[in-house]
Design a protein around this ligand. Sequence first.
Ligand code: NDP
Ligand code: MG
Length: 385
Amino acid sequence: MNLCVLGSTGSIGLQTLDVVRSSGNIRITAIAAGSNIEIAEKQIHEFHPSICCIFDEEKAECLEKRLRAEGNETTAVVCGMDGLIGCAVHPDVDTVLVSVVGMIGIRPTIAAIRAGKNIAQANKEPLVCAGHIIMPMAKEAGISFIPVDSEHSAIFQCLQGEKDNPIDKIWLTASGGPFRGYTGEQLKRVTLQDALRHPSWNMGAKITIDSSTLVNKGLEVIEAHYLFGVPADDIIVAVQPGSVVHSMVQFRDGAIKAQLGVPDMRVPIAYALHQKHRITFDGKKTLGFRELSEIRFMEPDMETFRGLRLGIDACREEGSITTVYNAANEEAVAAFIAGKIGYTDITEGIEACMHAHHNISAPDLDQIFEAEREAREFIRNRYAL
Ligand code: NDP
Ligand code: MG
C-alpha cells in the first residue's frame, strides 16, 4: 500500500505512523502538516516520502532548504491548499488517511475521492459539513471509505455481515468528558487546562475541548447520520464512562451488536488502513473483563451541555446549519485556546450563530464555504476578536 497521511504530525497522524511501523507492508508516499517542520523533517528521515506538504508557505520554504542542505533531492516540498491536494492525488498514492483537523480537510478529501483513492477518514468535520456530497461521491467512485473515529469504526465493524439488515438504531457512546456531573455554574469556571484533560482518550487540543463540551458528540451524531444514512432521531447518545463500549447497532429484531476494547485509536486506524483486515501491533492492550467491575450507561445531560443538543438539532434540520454549528465551534474553540473567550462562551456563541442563520438545504461547496465564512465572522463580531 502507498499511503498519504494528511496531518502526519498530529495525534492521529503519529499513531498512524506507529501502525505503519508494525505493519511492514505500507510505504509512506506523502505526508502533510500545518506548520510543524521539526516533526515533519524527522518523519521524512524515517519514511522517505516522495512529497511533503507544509501548509504554511514560509515554513515549507524553510523545510525545503534544510532538506536540500542535507542532500535530500527526492522529497518534493509543497505548500498551501494546492500542496495538500497535490499530496492527496499524487499518482503513486492509493490510500489517503485524512487526519487534519477542521474544515480544511473538505477539499483534499473530495479531491482524493475524485482521483479514485481509498479513504481512511479520521477528520470528522468534512462529513459534518459536506457529508451529503462526500458519501454519494465515494459510492459512485467505487472506492473504499472507512471511518477512523472510534465510534464510527465500531458501528462500521458491527455492520459487517449485515448487508441485508437495515439499522434500527445506533447507540452512540460518549465518555461524558471531564466535566460530567458539573452544573452550569461550575462550567463557567472551567479553565483551558481543565478542559485539556480528557478522562479516557489522548487527543489533539481541539477535539479534547470538543469532547469536554460534548460538541464532539454532536459532531459525531451528524457524522454517523451521513456515514450510515440513519435519521437523527434513531441515533441515541448514551454516556458510558471509561469508553469501553465504542458504540452499538440495534437491528429490527431487537438484537444489538457492540464493539468493545481498551481505548486505543491504533485499532480503528489499523482496521481502516488494512481494509477491515485485523493486524496485531506493538504495545497492544486487551480488555480484562474479570477486572472490570461494571460497564455503566447513562443519559447525557443536554440541558447543561447544550452543545450536544444543538448538534442533534442541526442533524435533524440538515443543510448549511451543520456547517454553521461546526464553523462557529471551530472559531470559538480557537478563541478559547488563545485565552480570548471563556469556556461557556463556546456553546453560547454556537447557539446564537445558529439562531441567526437562514438554513439552505443541500448546500453545494460554495454555499458551505460561504456559511463557514459567515459563522466565523459572527463569532469574531460577537466576541470582538
Ligand atoms: P491534532 O491537532 O493532534 O493534529 C492535527 C494535524 O493536522 C496536525 O498534523 C496538523 O499539523 C495538521 N494540520 C492542521 N492544519 C493544517 C493545514 N492547514 N494543512 C495541513 N495540515 C494541517 O488533531 P487530531 O489528530 O487529534 O485530530 C485530527 C482529526 O481527527 C480531527 O478532525 C479530529 O476530530 C479527528 N479525530 C481525532 C481523534 C483522536 O483521538 N485524536 C479521534 C477521532 C477523530 P501541525 O502539527 O503542523 O499543526
Ligand atoms: Mg470519536
